[in-house]
Design a protein around this ligand. Structure first.
Ligand code: AHG
Ligand code: MN
Ligand code: MN
Length: 332
Protein backbone atom coordinates (compact mmCIF):
# COMPACT_ATOMS: atom_id res chain seq x y z
CA UNK A 1 0.00 0.00 0.00
CA UNK A 2 1.32 3.46 -0.89
CA UNK A 3 1.81 6.15 1.71
CA UNK A 4 -0.10 9.37 2.20
CA UNK A 5 -1.16 11.35 -0.87
CA UNK A 6 -0.39 15.01 -1.51
CA UNK A 7 -4.08 15.85 -1.18
CA UNK A 8 -4.26 14.22 2.26
CA UNK A 9 -1.00 15.83 3.34
CA UNK A 10 -2.16 19.33 2.36
CA UNK A 11 -5.34 18.98 4.40
CA UNK A 12 -3.60 17.41 7.42
CA UNK A 13 -1.04 20.19 7.51
CA UNK A 14 -3.51 23.02 7.17
CA UNK A 15 -3.65 23.30 10.98
CA UNK A 16 0.04 24.34 11.14
CA UNK A 17 -0.64 27.32 8.95
CA UNK A 18 -1.23 30.72 10.54
CA UNK A 19 -4.38 31.44 8.48
CA UNK A 20 -6.08 28.05 8.45
CA UNK A 21 -8.95 29.07 6.21
CA UNK A 22 -8.29 26.39 3.61
CA UNK A 23 -7.38 28.98 0.98
CA UNK A 24 -3.71 28.02 0.86
CA UNK A 25 -4.69 24.35 0.59
CA UNK A 26 -6.87 25.24 -2.34
CA UNK A 27 -4.01 27.08 -4.08
CA UNK A 28 -1.71 24.09 -3.56
CA UNK A 29 -4.39 21.85 -5.04
CA UNK A 30 -4.54 24.09 -8.12
CA UNK A 31 -0.77 23.77 -8.49
CA UNK A 32 -1.05 20.00 -8.12
CA UNK A 33 -3.65 19.88 -10.88
CA UNK A 34 -1.72 22.14 -13.26
CA UNK A 35 1.48 20.15 -12.73
CA UNK A 36 -0.31 16.93 -13.73
CA UNK A 37 -1.51 18.55 -16.95
CA UNK A 38 1.97 19.87 -17.76
CA UNK A 39 3.50 16.48 -16.86
CA UNK A 40 1.33 14.75 -19.46
CA UNK A 41 2.14 17.30 -22.15
CA UNK A 42 5.89 17.17 -21.46
CA UNK A 43 5.85 13.40 -21.69
CA UNK A 44 4.50 13.69 -25.21
CA UNK A 45 7.19 16.15 -26.25
CA UNK A 46 9.28 13.61 -28.16
CA UNK A 47 6.29 12.57 -30.25
CA UNK A 48 4.34 15.76 -30.70
CA UNK A 49 6.15 18.17 -32.98
CA UNK A 50 3.60 20.92 -32.33
CA UNK A 51 4.89 21.36 -28.78
CA UNK A 52 8.62 21.21 -29.52
CA UNK A 53 10.80 24.20 -30.24
CA UNK A 54 10.65 27.96 -30.10
CA UNK A 55 7.66 30.19 -30.78
CA UNK A 56 9.71 32.92 -32.45
CA UNK A 57 9.06 35.49 -29.69
CA UNK A 58 11.12 36.70 -26.74
CA UNK A 59 9.99 37.40 -23.21
CA UNK A 60 10.64 40.77 -21.56
CA UNK A 61 14.05 39.52 -20.46
CA UNK A 62 15.09 38.93 -24.08
CA UNK A 63 14.94 35.15 -23.84
CA UNK A 64 13.52 33.06 -26.65
CA UNK A 65 10.14 31.62 -25.65
CA UNK A 66 9.54 27.92 -26.20
CA UNK A 67 6.10 26.55 -27.04
CA UNK A 68 6.05 24.68 -23.76
CA UNK A 69 6.93 27.86 -21.81
CA UNK A 70 3.72 29.42 -23.02
CA UNK A 71 1.71 26.23 -22.66
CA UNK A 72 2.78 25.75 -19.02
CA UNK A 73 2.22 29.45 -18.31
CA UNK A 74 -1.32 29.19 -19.62
CA UNK A 75 -2.13 25.99 -17.70
CA UNK A 76 -0.90 27.34 -14.35
CA UNK A 77 -2.62 30.70 -14.78
CA UNK A 78 -5.95 29.05 -15.64
CA UNK A 79 -5.75 26.57 -12.76
CA UNK A 80 -4.87 29.30 -10.26
CA UNK A 81 -7.49 31.73 -11.50
CA UNK A 82 -10.31 29.19 -11.39
CA UNK A 83 -10.73 29.07 -7.63
CA UNK A 84 -11.00 32.83 -7.02
CA UNK A 85 -8.46 32.79 -4.17
CA UNK A 86 -5.56 34.35 -6.03
CA UNK A 87 -5.91 38.04 -6.88
CA UNK A 88 -2.89 38.19 -9.18
CA UNK A 89 0.03 36.34 -10.74
CA UNK A 90 3.51 37.41 -11.80
CA UNK A 91 5.15 35.10 -14.30
CA UNK A 92 8.56 35.04 -15.90
CA UNK A 93 6.78 34.79 -19.25
CA UNK A 94 4.57 37.88 -18.90
CA UNK A 95 5.84 41.46 -19.16
CA UNK A 96 3.70 42.67 -16.28
CA UNK A 97 1.79 41.02 -13.45
CA UNK A 98 -1.76 39.85 -14.16
CA UNK A 99 -4.43 41.42 -11.95
CA UNK A 100 -7.56 39.29 -11.70
CA UNK A 101 -10.91 41.04 -11.60
CA UNK A 102 -14.39 40.09 -10.40
CA UNK A 103 -14.59 37.76 -7.43
CA UNK A 104 -10.87 36.97 -7.67
CA UNK A 105 -10.13 40.51 -6.47
CA UNK A 106 -11.33 39.36 -3.05
CA UNK A 107 -8.51 36.81 -2.99
CA UNK A 108 -5.90 37.20 -0.24
CA UNK A 109 -2.97 35.64 -2.11
CA UNK A 110 -0.64 36.24 -5.03
CA UNK A 111 1.62 33.80 -6.87
CA UNK A 112 4.99 34.42 -8.54
CA UNK A 113 6.18 31.65 -10.86
CA UNK A 114 8.58 30.34 -13.43
CA UNK A 115 6.13 28.12 -15.32
CA UNK A 116 8.82 26.17 -17.12
CA UNK A 117 12.38 26.29 -15.85
CA UNK A 118 15.14 24.94 -18.06
CA UNK A 119 12.89 25.05 -21.10
CA UNK A 120 15.78 25.05 -23.56
CA UNK A 121 16.32 21.47 -22.35
CA UNK A 122 12.90 20.25 -23.53
CA UNK A 123 14.00 19.46 -27.07
CA UNK A 124 16.86 17.31 -25.80
CA UNK A 125 14.80 15.30 -23.32
CA UNK A 126 16.41 16.69 -20.17
CA UNK A 127 14.49 17.39 -16.95
CA UNK A 128 12.66 20.69 -16.59
CA UNK A 129 10.43 22.12 -13.87
CA UNK A 130 7.97 24.67 -12.54
CA UNK A 131 8.90 26.94 -9.62
CA UNK A 132 6.27 28.75 -7.53
CA UNK A 133 6.05 31.14 -4.64
CA UNK A 134 2.94 32.22 -2.70
CA UNK A 135 2.47 35.41 -0.65
CA UNK A 136 -0.40 37.09 1.14
CA UNK A 137 -1.26 40.39 -0.49
CA UNK A 138 -0.50 43.68 1.29
CA UNK A 139 -3.23 45.73 -0.40
CA UNK A 140 -6.77 45.33 0.93
CA UNK A 141 -8.85 42.41 -0.37
CA UNK A 142 -11.49 43.53 -2.86
CA UNK A 143 -9.20 46.09 -4.53
CA UNK A 144 -7.01 45.42 -7.58
CA UNK A 145 -3.68 43.81 -6.76
CA UNK A 146 -0.71 46.21 -6.88
CA UNK A 147 2.97 45.98 -7.80
CA UNK A 148 3.84 46.30 -4.11
CA UNK A 149 2.02 43.02 -3.43
CA UNK A 150 4.62 41.29 -5.59
CA UNK A 151 7.69 43.18 -4.34
CA UNK A 152 7.76 41.60 -0.89
CA UNK A 153 10.96 40.05 0.45
CA UNK A 154 11.17 36.25 0.32
CA UNK A 155 10.83 36.08 4.11
CA UNK A 156 7.14 36.88 3.55
CA UNK A 157 6.50 33.77 1.45
CA UNK A 158 3.77 31.59 2.94
CA UNK A 159 4.57 28.66 0.70
CA UNK A 160 6.96 27.84 -2.12
CA UNK A 161 8.16 24.89 -4.08
CA UNK A 162 8.81 23.32 -7.43
CA UNK A 163 7.70 20.54 -9.68
CA UNK A 164 10.44 18.53 -11.35
CA UNK A 165 9.45 16.78 -14.57
CA UNK A 166 12.28 14.26 -14.51
CA UNK A 167 12.65 10.49 -14.75
CA UNK A 168 9.67 10.71 -12.42
CA UNK A 169 7.67 13.84 -11.77
CA UNK A 170 8.00 15.21 -8.24
CA UNK A 171 6.41 18.08 -6.35
CA UNK A 172 8.44 19.49 -3.46
CA UNK A 173 7.14 22.30 -1.29
CA UNK A 174 7.25 24.02 2.06
CA UNK A 175 4.85 26.16 4.04
CA UNK A 176 7.57 27.00 6.57
CA UNK A 177 7.14 23.78 8.47
CA UNK A 178 9.80 21.63 6.81
CA UNK A 179 10.26 20.57 3.21
CA UNK A 180 8.36 17.57 1.83
CA UNK A 181 8.61 15.76 -1.50
CA UNK A 182 5.91 13.87 -3.41
CA UNK A 183 6.36 11.55 -6.38
CA UNK A 184 3.74 11.26 -9.11
CA UNK A 185 2.28 7.87 -9.94
CA UNK A 186 1.09 8.61 -13.47
CA UNK A 187 -0.88 5.37 -13.76
CA UNK A 188 -3.13 6.51 -10.88
CA UNK A 189 -2.76 10.27 -11.36
CA UNK A 190 -1.74 10.69 -7.71
CA UNK A 191 1.23 12.29 -5.94
CA UNK A 192 2.47 10.24 -2.95
CA UNK A 193 4.63 11.45 -0.08
CA UNK A 194 7.97 9.85 -0.94
CA UNK A 195 10.44 12.26 0.74
CA UNK A 196 9.08 13.38 4.14
CA UNK A 197 10.85 16.17 6.03
CA UNK A 198 13.77 16.47 3.61
CA UNK A 199 17.12 17.53 5.06
CA UNK A 200 20.14 18.48 3.01
CA UNK A 201 23.56 17.61 4.41
CA UNK A 202 25.71 20.40 5.88
CA UNK A 203 28.64 19.35 3.72
CA UNK A 204 28.64 17.93 0.23
CA UNK A 205 30.84 17.10 -2.69
CA UNK A 206 28.96 18.47 -5.69
CA UNK A 207 29.77 21.80 -7.33
CA UNK A 208 27.30 23.09 -9.93
CA UNK A 209 28.05 26.07 -12.10
CA UNK A 210 28.24 26.93 -15.78
CA UNK A 211 32.02 27.00 -15.81
CA UNK A 212 31.97 28.42 -19.33
CA UNK A 213 31.64 31.71 -17.42
CA UNK A 214 34.93 31.18 -15.54
CA UNK A 215 36.78 34.05 -17.23
CA UNK A 216 33.82 36.39 -16.79
CA UNK A 217 33.54 35.99 -13.02
CA UNK A 218 35.34 37.58 -10.07
CA UNK A 219 38.86 36.54 -9.08
CA UNK A 220 37.48 35.29 -5.75
CA UNK A 221 35.06 32.89 -7.43
CA UNK A 222 37.74 31.74 -9.87
CA UNK A 223 39.91 30.89 -6.88
CA UNK A 224 37.02 28.89 -5.40
CA UNK A 225 36.54 27.00 -8.68
CA UNK A 226 40.26 26.16 -8.70
CA UNK A 227 39.90 25.03 -5.06
CA UNK A 228 37.11 22.59 -6.01
CA UNK A 229 39.51 20.85 -8.41
CA UNK A 230 42.49 20.51 -6.08
CA UNK A 231 43.33 17.03 -4.81
CA UNK A 232 43.10 16.82 -1.02
CA UNK A 233 41.82 13.66 0.64
CA UNK A 234 41.33 15.38 3.98
CA UNK A 235 38.73 17.82 2.62
CA UNK A 236 37.24 15.35 0.13
CA UNK A 237 38.49 17.17 -2.94
CA UNK A 238 38.30 17.34 -5.88
CA UNK A 239 34.56 17.92 -5.77
CA UNK A 240 32.26 16.38 -8.34
CA UNK A 241 31.23 18.83 -11.08
CA UNK A 242 27.57 18.51 -12.11
CA UNK A 243 25.62 21.04 -14.18
CA UNK A 244 22.72 20.24 -16.49
CA UNK A 245 21.43 23.78 -17.09
CA UNK A 246 17.95 23.32 -15.57
CA UNK A 247 18.07 25.06 -12.19
CA UNK A 248 15.36 22.81 -10.75
CA UNK A 249 17.23 19.65 -11.71
CA UNK A 250 20.61 20.92 -10.48
CA UNK A 251 18.99 22.16 -7.28
CA UNK A 252 17.09 18.93 -6.67
CA UNK A 253 20.17 16.73 -7.06
CA UNK A 254 22.15 18.90 -4.66
CA UNK A 255 19.29 18.98 -2.14
CA UNK A 256 19.28 15.18 -2.04
CA UNK A 257 23.02 14.56 -2.25
CA UNK A 258 24.65 17.65 -0.75
CA UNK A 259 26.25 20.28 -2.94
CA UNK A 260 26.37 23.92 -3.91
CA UNK A 261 24.96 25.68 -6.98
CA UNK A 262 26.37 29.02 -8.11
CA UNK A 263 25.06 31.41 -10.78
CA UNK A 264 27.30 34.41 -10.27
CA UNK A 265 27.52 37.95 -11.47
CA UNK A 266 29.50 38.01 -14.73
CA UNK A 267 31.10 40.76 -16.83
CA UNK A 268 28.25 40.67 -19.31
CA UNK A 269 25.48 40.05 -16.72
CA UNK A 270 26.48 41.92 -13.53
CA UNK A 271 23.28 40.85 -11.76
CA UNK A 272 23.60 37.23 -12.79
CA UNK A 273 20.91 35.45 -14.74
CA UNK A 274 18.41 34.01 -12.30
CA UNK A 275 15.28 35.84 -11.20
CA UNK A 276 14.75 36.78 -7.58
CA UNK A 277 10.96 36.40 -7.53
CA UNK A 278 10.43 33.37 -9.73
CA UNK A 279 13.51 31.22 -9.08
CA UNK A 280 15.73 32.40 -6.22
CA UNK A 281 13.25 33.16 -3.42
CA UNK A 282 11.13 30.00 -3.75
CA UNK A 283 14.13 27.67 -3.84
CA UNK A 284 15.73 29.63 -0.98
CA UNK A 285 12.66 28.95 1.17
CA UNK A 286 12.78 25.25 0.26
CA UNK A 287 16.51 24.90 1.03
CA UNK A 288 16.33 26.81 4.30
CA UNK A 289 13.50 24.58 5.46
CA UNK A 290 15.73 21.62 4.59
CA UNK A 291 18.65 23.05 6.62
CA UNK A 292 20.61 24.70 3.79
CA UNK A 293 21.38 28.28 2.76
CA UNK A 294 20.76 30.66 -0.15
CA UNK A 295 22.53 33.98 -0.71
CA UNK A 296 23.51 36.47 -3.40
CA UNK A 297 27.15 35.79 -2.55
CA UNK A 298 26.91 37.91 0.58
CA UNK A 299 23.36 38.48 1.85
CA UNK A 300 20.56 36.06 2.61
CA UNK A 301 18.40 35.93 -0.53
CA UNK A 302 15.10 35.99 1.34
CA UNK A 303 15.94 39.29 3.06
CA UNK A 304 16.49 41.22 -0.18
CA UNK A 305 13.77 43.76 -0.88
CA UNK A 306 12.81 43.39 -4.56
CA UNK A 307 12.63 46.62 -6.55
CA UNK A 308 11.29 45.21 -9.80
CA UNK A 309 9.29 42.23 -10.98
CA UNK A 310 11.88 40.60 -13.23
CA UNK A 311 14.86 41.46 -11.03
CA UNK A 312 17.91 39.25 -11.44
CA UNK A 313 20.34 38.40 -8.69
CA UNK A 314 23.60 36.43 -8.29
CA UNK A 315 22.85 33.14 -6.56
CA UNK A 316 24.66 30.73 -4.25
CA UNK A 317 22.49 27.91 -2.84
CA UNK A 318 22.94 24.55 -1.19
CA UNK A 319 24.63 22.82 1.75
CA UNK A 320 25.37 25.42 4.42
CA UNK A 321 29.09 24.74 4.93
CA UNK A 322 29.65 24.76 1.17
CA UNK A 323 27.82 28.09 0.78
CA UNK A 324 30.01 29.50 3.59
CA UNK A 325 33.11 28.25 1.81
CA UNK A 326 32.10 29.96 -1.45
CA UNK A 327 31.61 33.18 0.56
CA UNK A 328 35.02 32.94 2.15
CA UNK A 329 36.57 33.06 -1.33
CA UNK A 330 34.19 35.60 -2.87
CA UNK A 331 34.43 38.11 -0.03
CA UNK A 332 38.18 37.93 0.62
P1 AHG B 1 14.42 29.41 -17.84
O1 AHG B 1 14.34 28.20 -18.72
O2 AHG B 1 13.27 29.51 -16.88
O3 AHG B 1 14.66 30.68 -18.61
O4 AHG B 1 15.67 29.25 -16.84
C1 AHG B 1 16.92 28.89 -17.34
C2 AHG B 1 17.92 29.12 -16.24
C3 AHG B 1 18.06 27.98 -15.26
O5 AHG B 1 17.15 26.96 -15.34
C4 AHG B 1 19.44 27.45 -15.52
O6 AHG B 1 20.06 27.05 -14.35
C5 AHG B 1 20.14 28.56 -16.18
O7 AHG B 1 19.18 29.30 -16.84
C6 AHG B 1 21.16 28.07 -17.16
O8 AHG B 1 21.82 29.15 -17.68
P2 AHG B 1 23.17 28.98 -18.53
O9 AHG B 1 22.77 28.36 -19.83
O10 AHG B 1 23.68 30.38 -18.67
O11 AHG B 1 24.10 28.10 -17.73
MN1 MN C 1 14.01 29.42 -14.94
MN1 MN D 1 11.20 29.64 -17.42
Amino acid sequence: MQSITLGEFIIENQQHFKYSTGELSSILSSIRLASKIVHHEINKAGLAKHILGAVGTENIQGEEQQKLDLYANDVFIKALKNRGIICGIASEEDDDFIAFDGDSMKGNYIVAMDPLDGSSNIDVNVSVGTIFSIYRRISPAGTPVTLEDFLQPGTEQVAAGYVLYGSSTMLIYTTGNGTNGFTYDSSLGVFYLSHPDMKTSKDGKIFSMNEGNYNRTSQGLRDYIDYTKEVDDFSNRPYTARYIGSLVADFHRNLLKGGVYVYPSTDNAPKGKLRLLYECNPLAFVIEQAGGKATDGKNRIMELKPTELHQRVPYVIGSSNMVDKVHSFMNK
